[in-house]
Design a protein around this ligand. Structure first.
Ligand SMILES: [Zn+2]
Length: 82
């Protein structure tokens, strides 16, 4: 499967985290992953989970991995930090 960047966004514990763990066949929900902010979180499966705020630590890590500056990011799905 094509992945533009070597990580995926996962909703967990009230925030959107990013992980470099390989995606399971049926998706991340219900699994525990290691996040870019160095935490181990249980991925939730919720319609509103994608509205949760982006984890600042993962946002920073994702920008690093994508080689995109934090300011004026045009990366898809990333929210600017307030
Ligand atoms: Zn995080």
């Amino acid at each position: 499967m094509f992945r533009p960047h070597p990580f995926s966004w996962v909703p967990a514990e009230g925030q959107r985290h990013a992980t470099t763990d390989a995606k399971p066949r049926y998706g991340y929900h219900g699994t525990r992953v290691r996040t870019l902010c160095s935490r181990s979180v249980f991925v939730e499966d919720s319609d509103i989970a994608w509205l949760w705020p982006t984890c600042p630590g993962c946002n920073e890590g994702a920008h690093d991995l994508a080689d995109v500056p934090m300011i004026g990011s045009g990366a898809p799905g990333l929210l600017e930090l307030e």
